[in-house]
Design a protein around this ligand. Structure first.
Ligand SMILES: *[C@@H]1O[C@H](CO)[C@@H](O)[C@H](O)[C@H]1NC(C)=O
Length: 318
């Protein structure tokens, strides 16, 4: 009988130890992705087709602007080069592209090569350029930055249809952290869309969780450049999903890095505006980004902002 009691006690102890272990391990230990799954998103899988020789070889810029573009978006690139992406001391602007849907023998590809020869600011890899492949493109940008420009303190991923007040951003970055830093419009209540007709549809099989961790909207975000190799490293553990900004958020969670909101003082306005705003000199002079600009609008509002910069007379706070 005593033997039996001992056995019972031992199994109860063993059981609770197992349960305890289980609960400690709850925030699932990261597992390396299966090789074939990681291969899909790893930049090592793909080849550089266009890669201008060493933009950071001689000196590191303060801020690298990484702009994802589709191959045929020549007008958008022209607008960016003519506005916030124009060559200036301390910044470097680079465009990242995949292969046009029409293939490598197409006129679209030839035009891209000609543009690249003229401007030396286009980096192209041999994956199909598509909306679903933006996660690959983001990891390509992170890989490129880590390998070619590790000495730049900051980088920004910014879409070509964004109004960017580069002066205000550079001012803000003077006092920003130099490591473990990522900022933008933080989305902390995101959930997967389960409706298959949605542009952002995510199946339960691909992403079983009910919520997204906090992430920065993919339209534009700024980070200390140490984050590039860290995100590349984390991507070995995080299952690819086609939502590139959520994907970066999943990598951040694994790294234990919290994205931070960018707010103006004293009124706590969001400096990364996700909705489209009408151009207004005074409010745009105090903001970092505004979303949703066609190339022509970008050119006209940016030149308006620049030409008025000498004598800004705006209400003290708005
Ligand atoms: C993504 O790129 C890969 C590599 O080029 C290609 O095989 C795949 O079809 C692309 N996916 C989509 C949805 O375009």
């Amino acid at each position: 009988m005593r033997q039996w009691k001992k056995l019972l006690l031992a199994s109860v102890l063993l059981l609770s130890a197992l349960l305890l272990l289980g609960s400690v391990r709850q925030p699932a230990e990261p597992h390396l992705l299966p090789a074939e799954e990681y291969r899909l998103i790893s930049p090592l899988t793909y080849r550089y087709l266009l890669s201008p020789p060493g933009p950071c070889r001689d000196s590191s810029p303060f801020l690298v602007l990484l702009v994802p573009v589709a191959p045929q978006q020549a007008a958008a690139r022209r607008a960016v080069r003519g506005t916030w992406g124009a060559p200036r001391v301390g910044t470097l602007t680079l465009f990242f592209s995949g292969i046009p849907a029409e293939g490598l023998q197409s006129p679209q590809q030839r035009a891209l090569e000609e543009e690249s020869a003229q401007h030396a600011d286009i980096i192209q890899m041999d994956f199909m350029d598509s909306y679903q492949n933006l996660t690959i493109k983001t990891l390509m940008m992170m890989g490129w930055l880590g390998a070619h420009c590790p000495g730049a303190p900051y980088a920004m991923k910014v879409d070509s249809d964004i109004f960017l007040n580069i002066f205000h951003l550079l001012r803000r970055l003077r006092t920003a952290p130099r490591a473990g830093f990522i900022t933008g419009s933080v989305i902390s209540d995101g959930r997967p869309r389960r409706d298959p007709s949605s542009k952002w549809f995510l199946s339960e099989r691909l992403f079983p969780e009910e919520r997204f961790p906090p992430y920065v909207s993919g339209a534009a975000y700024v980070f200390s450049s140490d984050m590039a190799p860290r995100i590349s490293w984390a991507s070995r553990f995080v299952r690819p999903i086609p939502l590139e900004d959520v994907y970066v958020g999943l990598c951040l969670r694994l790294l234990g890095v919290r994205p931070v909101y960018s707010l103006s003082l004293p009124l706590f306005r969001n400096l990364f505006q996700l909705q489209k705003l009408q151009y207004d000199r005074c409010s745009f002079s105090r903001i970092i980004i505004v979303n949703g600009f066609q190339p022509a609008e970008l050119l006209s509002s940016s030149s308006a902002l620049l030409s008025s910069s000498s004598g800004w007379r705006c209400p003290a706070v708005n």
